[in-house]
Write a protein that binds this ligand. Structure first.
Ligand code: PGA
Ligand code: ZN
Length: 426
């Protein structure tokens, strides 16, 4: 079955910023669409998101150039290609772009087409996307790591660390795990109100209160888990993404919103060791900055056999950078964001490389999201066992949870909930 038409348009993401939507049509009339997400605390080596830079429109954030690249350059070049040949299609776009980081056509243009094609192919094969991408062995439902307190670049409070997540793992299935997480989220709201804090939410739907310290975020989460009726560590554990690259400057960690302190890499590692000792933490993402490879090595040596250490900004879902990390013994898991690399094919290649080297894959949304639920399917397709896609509110986050509930139902008795084993070395 061949591609007959590909068309892009400018729509909006969850922050009200323009993004790319692609609609792809096959010769038999099947159509599929994809919407592209966008990050705020981006890694330096991510594939490039093409923005117009015309300050008269959306403060320069328009994506009309990317749209035009789909409609004028990509669409004619892929017309007539076989839809089930995803790799051929993605390589064709990479070749058309011709740059290292997809900066000519834009990763947002390329990824929109790549995902829409995968969805059209799944429809053509009469398979749900997770089965089309993952085959008959795709059956593991992930632990939903829910980001219930937002700090860093995702909110305007004084909490330094970007994401405080709860991982409800002691559940018989995904649907129950979500219930546990949501109940804890709602309990946290009551606790914050009682303490006189604001319960407005940040970009990913977690609360963004002006807490007195980062420790207080951990303490209120522990309280919420207990008050919701669960045992910290046994039922629900904690995952963190401090997004440490945002604090890194001239070889030190300095950009803290809460105080003017300066921390060396060694002090940062010590901080994480102390917290892992004190709290039921099972996963730490970007505990060190992307340009602090020595700090990363130290962190992995200290904690890599106790918890999952995930590289986000440092690896950018890029197989070449991941290879270097593997060689140097950095991290034991990689964050997977489709738009950091820009095609479905390269994303799957990175995942294969990670698994081959005994690394975990942690599938992720972006802080700027849409109603597109592709990452829910991707998580199950590659049996990743855990994902992060926001908190217990905001429909661009909840849509992924709802899709996973549906996938669990579709799989029926075949479905297996990952549970605590999902986390590396825990
Ligand atoms: P971003 O944040 O989408 O703003 O990059 C998510 C993350 O850092 O994991
Ligand atoms: Zn991150």
């Amino acid at each position: 079955m061949k591609i007959s038409k590909t068309e892009a348009m400018e729509v909006l993401d969850s922050r009200g910023n323009p993004t790319v939507e692609v609609e792809l049509t096959l010769e038999n009339g099947i159509t599929a669409n994809a919407l592209v997400p966008s990050g705020a605390s981006t890694g330096e080596k991510e594939a490039m998101e093409l923005r117009d830079g015309d300050i008269k429109r959306y403060g320069g954030k328009g994506v009309l150039k990317a749209i035009e690249n789909v409609n004028r350059i990509i669409a004619p070049a892929i017309q007539g290609l076989e839809i089930t040949e995803q790799k051929h299609l993605d390589l064709k776009m990479i070749e058309l772009d011709g740059t290292e980081n997809k900066s000519r056509l834009g990763a947002n243009a390329i990824l929109g087409v790549s995902i829409a094609a995968a969805k059209a192919a799944a429809q053509y094969c009469n398979l749900p996307l997770f089965k089309y991408l993952g085959g008959p062995s795709a059956n593991i439902l992930p632990v939903p790591c829910m980001n219930i307190i937002n700090g860093g670049k995702h909110s305007d409070n004084n909490v330094d660390f970007q994401e405080f997540m709860i991982a409800p793992h002691n559940a018989p299935n995904f649907q129950e795990a979500i219930r546990m997480g949501i109940e804890t989220f709602h309990t946290l709201k009551k606790i914050l109100i009682k303490k006189g804090y604001n319960t407005g939410v940040g970009d990913e739907g977690g609360f963004a209160p002006n807490l007195k310290s980062n420790e207080e975020a951990m303490e209120v989460i522990m309280e919420a888990i207990v008050q919701a009726g669960y045992k910290p560590g046994d039922d629900i554990s904690i995952c963190l993404d401090p997004a440490a690259s945002e604090m890194w400057e001239d070889g030190q960690y300095v950009n803290f919103k809460s105080d003017k302190s300066k921390r060396t890499s060694v002090a940062m590692v010590k901080h994480w060791c102390d917290w892992v000792h004190k709290y039921p933490i099972v996963l730490l993402e970007d505990g060190m900055a992307e340009n602090d490879w020595n700090g990363w090595k130290l962190l992995t040596d200290e904690l890599g056999d106790k918890i999952e250490i995930v590289g986000d900004d440092i690896f950018c879902t890029n197989p070449v950078i991941l290879s270097e990390g593997i060689k140097k013994g950095i991290a034991n898991s990689i964050l997977i964001k489709l738009n950091q690399i820009g095609t479905v094919t390269e994303t799957l290649e990175t995942i294969r490389l990670a698994y081959k080297n005994n690394y975990n894959c942690f599938v992720s949304h972006r802080s700027g999201e849409t109603e597109d639920t592709t990452i829910a399917d991707l998580t199950v397709a590659v049996n990743a066992g855990h994902l992060k896609t926001g908190s217990g509110c905001r429909s661009e986050r909840i849509s992924k949870f709802n899709r996973l509930i549906k996938i669990e139902k579709m799989l029926g008795k075949q479905a297996v909930f990952a549970g605590k084993n999902a986390f590396k070395n825990v």
